[in-house]
Design a protein around this ligand. Structure first.
Ligand code: F6P
Length: 360
């Protein structure tokens, strides 16, 4: 039975990270275990180790607090994702040093809270004999093996609120308003927020779009006396036969930084439709702030389940939300390929049924 566990947060932050840290710590404390929070991502396990003791006092107020009190990293020597769908094997010396760091701290199991990148690292650690459990975090909801990652619902709530606000200004000025949201190569945030916020056009990476089809929607609305149109575009959306729009050239050992498609779409729609068009890029607002009620519940369930898996010695697993309840899958089954929006799935069908254009 482990007496001391480590908790590490990796990759981009999102609402709910602190809620998971709290849940794991509480569930561990209930068993009489100690929890150590590793600072600054996996690097905190290396010499000189950086950590803080997570006792009851340390987790005060964490349920509702955005970000991560442990800090995080999505670059540096622990970067395993190097491009769209590409990963690299981390050096054996780094794995050995990680193991040695854990031993030095007396940590017998690690809870790794992260997305595709951090869980790819976690899988390699598992293969190296490190007792590790994964918790699926990302606003992008692009992890296989779980119906929902935590952070997604909060990001959708933020994007929906933005659409609600854009709606009234679009209507007042008879404009086409384009909202660019995050999500990397998956369109989950755009599609869920688009449906929840009553968008007229939703553009997602899974369905390359065509301007004629979007303009047809604008014209159709004009014909019905609706002189404004709300477009939500995922940062990874692209025109048929077009490439991804990125903000800067790709750094070594890092994934490309997507962004800019909103402005491209707004400019082109303005030219083609003759209407006044504006673009709003929501950016990191989607990653900050208080987790929604759903995310708080999910984080609490995930944290408690992670401790149960440690009790069972069921390492190399990621806790998962099945829609009916909780489960666990091998981390290896959750990483490696992204969970994309099924183009004939329930949400895409719902959008089409409501007359939302997907730019097809
Ligand atoms: O994976 C989460 C995410 O917010 C993506 O949606 C986005 O593409 C990326 O991270 C932004 O990364 P950064 O924080 O490095 O700008």
């Amino acid at each position: 039975m482990p007496q001391r566990i480590g908790i590490v947060t990796g990759g981009g932050d999102c609402p709910g990270l602190n809620a998971v840290i709290r849940a794991v710590t509480k569930a561990a404390t209930m068993r009489g275990w100690e929890s150590l929070g590793i600072l600054g991502g996996f690097d905190g396990l290396l010499e000189p180790q950086k950590y803080r003791v997570l006792d009851y006092k340390a987790i005060d107020g964490l349920l509702t607090r955005g970000g991560t009190i442990l800090g995080t990293a999505n670059r540096g020597q622990f970067s395993a994702k190097v491009g769209h769908g590409e990963s690299r094997q981390l050096p054996k010396e780094l794995m050995d040093a990680t193991k040695a760091g854990m031993e030095a701290l007396g940590i017998s199991a690690l809870v790794s809270i992260g997305g595709d990148g951090s869980l790819t690292i976690s899988q390699q650690m598992h293969e190296h004999g490190i007792p590790i459990i994964g918790v699926p975090k990302t606003i992008d909801n692009d992890l296989e093996g779980t119906m929902m990652t935590f952070g997604f619902d909060s990001a959708v709530a933020c994007a929906t609120d933005a659409l609600d606000r854009l709606h009234t200004t679009a209507e007042s000025h008879n404009r086409v308003m384009v909202l660019e949201v995050m999500g990397r190569y998956a369109g989950w945030i755009a599609l869920y927020a688009g449906v929840a916020g009553g968008a007229d056009v939703v553009l997602i990476p899974e369905i390359p779009f065509c301007y004629d089809s979007i303009c047809a929607k604008i014209t159709e609305r004009e014909g019905k006396g609706k002189h404004f149109t709300l477009v939500i575009v995922a940062e990874g959306a692209r025109e048929k036969d077009g490439g991804f729009v990125t903000t800067s050239s790709q750094e070594a050992n890092r994934e490309a930084h997507l962004g800019g498609i909103g402005h491209v779409v707004a400019q082109e729609l303005g030219k083609r439709s003759g209407k006044e068009t504006r673009c709003c890029v929501l950016g990191h607002l989607q990653r900050g702030g208080t987790p929604t009620t759903f995310d708080r519940v999910l984080c609490s369930m995930f944290g408690a389940m992670a401790v149960e898996l440690i009790v069972a010695g069921d390492y190399g697993k990621m806790v998962a939300y099945t829609g009916k309840g909780l489960g666990a899958v091998k981390i290896s089954e959750a990483v490696g390929r992204l969970k994309m929006v099924p183009i004939g799935g329930a949400m895409a069908r719902t959008a089409r049924a409501l007359g939302i254009s997907l730019g097809e």
